[in-house]
Design a protein around this ligand. Structure first.
Ligand code: PLP
Length: 380
């Protein structure tokens, strides 16, 4: 029977894959055998090793990146009546986190060349109600942080970086998360490393770190001293701040730790694939690559490109056993975000022509060559 357009074969070359290093399995077993599976030694070790590897000044672990974003907004005091300038070209989690806090995402336009938020459009959307700026390093291709931070300083607005895609990416020789007020990473299944679900927050501000530690666990700082024989909570807990249940447990931390310790191999693989695509597809008619700026290093979490007739392209690729798809639609098509915006022309254009080529650590050299050949054929 002929498959429907959206049905795909199991043996197709996928856009995504889940990377699980061998060590992850033995690490999880060790943790299970230890019988301490709650947030504990492994979670602490994970934060220490991640902070060392990517130069995070302070690091907090949470159960997913959406929780990281919401916690970041919460410690900034973002709430009902506030606006947060954000990108509409992202997975909806970036903006549902703003809604969860009772605030309103106000969408700025994006840049066609890298799909990141357009700093000029941010400035146009600032009002008295603006409380923060939310940016996404789309696909792991970093935003121009210097330009964004200039705007933040000028208008006295904090910047939250949704770095769900950007673990290990670099801006001007520094890792994403090694600078920045609040930088949120995802360890969800298709990310460069994953723990099933998980998230990290890096912050350069000690006072944010202290607040984050509490807000992710009911307002309690688990590292603080407890002197009562019977009261289970630390002496410092006053119960005056409403916190969440967003902590990462040690089973998840063991998986994440194995991922961090084995990051270099999948990261290298993605870099090789990304560089091959860029070199071999640069002159393809009907396909336009993202711009990768010389002062930035992407981690190639995903590989988006602009393609003139993307449905025709996707069907051609599928007919040749290659899956191409998209990561997200423009978020303002969903009524919860307040209705379709007619004044975001770049977004409107990109929403119609972006596709993702397969990008993951399980692709073989032969498959990459085959994908390149088929993309070239499709774009003839
Ligand atoms: C840009 C962006 N932000 C946030 C998220 C949410 O991440 P998580 O699933 O870890 O909550 C995702 C998920 O893929 C994402 O792509």
């Amino acid at each position: 029977m002929k498959k429907k357009d959206y049905e795909i074969d199991d043996n197709i070359i996928r856009t995504w894959s889940t990377y699980i290093p061998k060590e992850a399995i033995s690490e999880v077993i060790k943790t299970l055998r230890s019988k301490w599976i709650n947030t504990g030694k492994k979670e602490k070790e994970l934060r220490g090793i991640a902070a060392k590897k990517w130069s995070f000044p302070y690091c907090v672990a949470v159960n997913n990146c959406t929780a990281a974003l919401r916690s970041s907004l919460a410690i900034l005091g973002v709430g009902p009546g506030d606006e947060v300038i954000s990108t509409p070209y992202t997975f909806i989690a970036t903006n549902t986190a703003i809604l969860e806090q009772g605030a309103k995402p106000v969408f700025a336009d994006i840049k066609y060349d890298d799909l990141n938020i357009d700093p000029k459009s941010i400035e146009k959307n600032i009002t008295k109600k603006t409380k923060a700026i939310m940016i996404v390093h789309y696909g792991g291709n970093p935003c121009d942080l210097d330009e964004l931070r200039k705007i933040g300083v000028k208008h006295n607005l904090p910047i939250i970086e949704d770095a769900a895609h950007a673990l290990g990416s670099m801006y001007k020789g520094k890792y994403i998360g090694s600078t920045g007020e609040l930088v949120c990473f995802s360890l969800q299944v298709v990310k460069i490393i994953n723990s099933g679900d998980g998230g990290l927050i890096s912050t350069s501000k000690k006072r944010y770190y202290q607040k984050l530690k509490k807000i992710i666990w009911y307002g309690i700082d688990r590292e603080e001293k407890k002197t009562s024989l019977l009261d289970p909570l630390p002496d410092s807990f006053k119960g005056d701040v409403l916190g969440f249940k967003y902590n990462m447990n040690d089973i998840i931390a063991s998986l994440a730790l194995a991922g961090v310790n084995n990051y270099d191999a999948p990261a290298r693989k993605r870099r090789i694939i990304g560089e091959s695509y860029r070199k071999e597809l640069a002159k393809c008619r009907g396909l336009r690559l993202m711009k990768y700026y010389d002062d930035r290093k992407p981690n190639y979490q995903i590989f988006p490109a602009h393609v003139e007739d993307r449905l025709k392209f996707a069907r051609y690729m599928k007919a040749h056993n290659i899956q191409v798809n998209i990561n997200n639609r423009r978020n303002d098509i969903y009524p919860m975000f307040g209705g379709l915006r007619k004044d975001l022309p770049v977004l409107a254009k990109a929403d119609k022509d972006v596709v993702l080529l397969p990008m993951h650590a399980d692709l073989t050299e032969g498959q990459v060559d085959y994908i390149i050949q088929k993309v070239r054929d499709a774009c003839k």
